[in-house]
Design a protein around this ligand. Structure first.
Ligand SMILES: [Zn+2]
Length: 439
């Protein structure tokens, strides 16, 4: 269904009888939502429909604020053979996401306002998700010269990160944080101590020894997080820690929050769903950075999600072509696609009782909106009608054929998953409606 058609047809739309889960309003009950001209007009226990208002009957389904992924790699400009802004947004919509914040390690990197504007323009053409470009902290991620934060923010950048690489020089990171204060800008840390991690291809431990692969110790992440938290405390900057993968990292962040430091954190679904065991057999689809860790780490990540130490579930969606994955383990690229499996994997945590449904919505919509300072994350009247309808029970087997991403590097192919988005609305317009349930 094309967006234009439905926007013309559905000036008004009534979502009826679903379970509305919106922590921003303390809602977790059956109710109705009236959408009018792309915004949420009314939300109530029961809203009377009329024959002129198309009505969707959603008994048994969950109706939540559109999911927001604050960590994706859309690969455009420069690596369009892996993903484009359009295909990335298609995968996002299919995964229930209405907004994506994209990392700047493209070619060229998003270090200038012209690249920022290019991304925003391409996203506008695709009209499948709100796309928020993250700009680099240093020029072309050189780790030395800061980018023009003011310029980039004015062009539409939403935060700063050298993701893919850490800012190795502590003095440069301190300068970046001090500079960020002028704009109240968010600094996102890819926390990795390179002298410790260099050459490593998986978690350092028993399995790396068995496989004869060079390991990356957990402290490579923990030292880097500790440094950036210390710098955030010194400068007062707003710091967000990307892709937390270890128990030690969760402990460090928990203590920092306890001391009142302005730090937030995210993890990715693979860190609470998989362990280093997935690498056995030299499975390059399980190669990523930071690497999959141990069961002890996995459980600590879940505890961090449960107690609020970890604020956000983000995918770190990192598409790669088959060429970059079907090769020797040491040579394979890091990263997996994640936009279409994040929601079912989070729902698995809900089914296990590790987190509640409102927790899940907080982690995947409300908190990322607040941290990025963008609209969405709520179904309050007056908000854009960015809405995800979820069937929490529907079983499916994830296959490359099902995926909308241009790349097929997921370790979850062939896995039996349960629960997915069945309708994604962006400003009241369907961006994903595979069964054409929209009237
Ligand atoms: Zn990273």
């Amino acid at each position: 269904m094309s967006g234009t058609d439905s926007s013309i047809r559905n000036d008004r739309l009534l979502l009826k009888g679903g379970r509305i889960i919106d922590p921003s309003q303390g809602m977790n009950a059956k109710g109705d939502i009236l959408v009018e001209h792309g915004t949420i007009k009314k939300i109530d226990r029961a809203i009377e429909g009329t024959s002129r208002v198309p009505t969707l009957h959603l008994e048994g389904k969950w109706v939540v604020p559109g999911l927001i992924d604050m960590h994706v790699h859309l690969r455009e400009p420069g690596e369009e053979y892996k993903e484009t802004i359009r295909t990335g947004c298609m995968a996002g919509a299919a995964g229930g996401f209405t907004a994506l914040a994209c990392m700047p390690n493209t070619f060229p990197a998003n270090s200038t306002s012209s690249v920022t504007r290019f991304i925003i323009e391409r996203a506008r053409e695709a009209a499948l998700a709100r796309v928020y470009p993250i700009a680099t902290i240093t020029r072309d991620q050189d780790g030395k010269q800061l980018t023009e934060f003011g310029d980039l923010l004015e062009a539409g950048a939403i935060a700063f990160s050298d993701d893919g690489l850490p800012v190795e020089d502590s003095f440069v990171m301190r300068l970046a944080m001090e500079y960020s204060l002028n704009f109240d800008a968010l600094i996102i840390s890819h926390s990795e101590d390179l002298p410790l991690s260099r050459g490593g291809v998986m978690n350092e431990g028993r399995i790396s020894t068995v496989l004869g692969l060079k390991g990356i110790p957990k402290v490579a992440e923990e030292i880097a997080i500790s440094r950036d938290i210390a710098l955030a405390e010194l400068t007062g900057a707003r710091l967000h820690i990307a892709h937390v993968s270890t128990k030690g990292s969760v402990d460090i962040i928990r203590r920092a929050k306890g001391r009142g430091i302005k730090v937030t954190a995210e993890t990715a679904p693979h860190y609470f769903s998989l362990t280093e065991e997935a690498v056995m057999g030299y499975n390059t689809l399980a190669k990523m950075n930071p690497p999959l860790r141990t069961e002890e780490d996995r459980l600590a990540i879940i505890e961090g999600l449960r107690d609020g130490t970890i604020d956000v579930i983000a995918t770190d969606h990192a598409p790669h072509s088959i060429l970059e994955k079907e090769c020797e383990f040491e040579l394979a690229a890091n990263g997996i696609t994640g936009l279409e499996t994040a929601l079912p994997l989070a729902l698995e945590l809900v089914r296990q009782g590790a987190i509640s449904p409102p927790d899940m919505v907080r982690l995947m919509s409300e908190r990322p909106a607040l941290i990025l300072g963008v609209e969405g994350g709520t179904l309050k009247p007056g908000s854009p009608a960015d809405i995800t309808v979820i069937d929490p029970d529907i079983p499916f087997t994830f296959t490359p054929e099902l995926s909308h991403s241009k790349s097929h590097n997921s370790p979850f192919y062939g896995c039996k998953l349960q629960g997915k988005a069945i309708l994604t609305l962006l400003g009241g317009v369907a961006t994903y409606d595979p069964d054409v349930i929209l009237p």
